[in-house]
Design a protein around this ligand. Structure first.
Ligand code: ZN
Length: 154
């Protein structure tokens, strides 16, 4: 994982709730790649000062996704292989008449652009085997953003 920059942190209130935003800027190195963001997200929640609420992890991209699962090397290979089986790079896609990444758009649409976790007592609540991953589906890219938002009471 290479996190090259962090920009635009902000904090405010909405109907009495604390709203904290942060953008992680990443760089990907493969066409398809899983990048573990767990420590960045858990640290963000601890620093947010939100006691009870939710944390949204979202990508503003049509060819990337966010998933949660175990960080085990074999499983990461299995996940990438399954993505290739379900959404093969070469197939007769209509979108490829104007671009060459229909598989990435379709995989993103099915995997989903965001995940939400509860925050309880200032901690992100997740299972032991639930790490949070950015899924690159059309890399390598010099810049990808991940928007983190913590909302709740303090
Ligand atoms: Zn496209």
């Amino acid at each position: 994982m290479t996190i090259v920059d962090r920009i635009a942190p902000s904090k405010g209130r909405c109907n009495g709730l604390v709203v904290v935003n942060k953008i992680l800027t990443l760089k990907s190195s493969g066409r398809r790649q899983l990048i573990d963001l767990t420590s960045e997200v858990t640290q963000f929640v601890r620093n947010s000062n939100v006691k009870d609420g939710i944390c949204i992890i979202s990508v503003p991209h049509a060819t990337a996704a966010i998933i949660a699962n175990e960080h085990e090397t074999g499983l990461l290979d299995d996940l990438l292989r399954k993505i290739e089986i379900l959404f093969p790079e070469s197939a007769p896609y209509s979108h490829n008449a104007i671009d060459d990444n229909a598989d990435a758009h379709i995989a993103s649409a099915f995997l989903g652009h965001s995940r939400t976790f509860p925050i309880i007592n200032r901690e992100l609540i997740r299972g032991t085997w639930q790490n949070i991953f950015f899924v690159e589906l059309d890399g390598p890219r010099s810049r990808r953003d991940v928007v983190l938002q913590a909302i709740g009471d303090d």
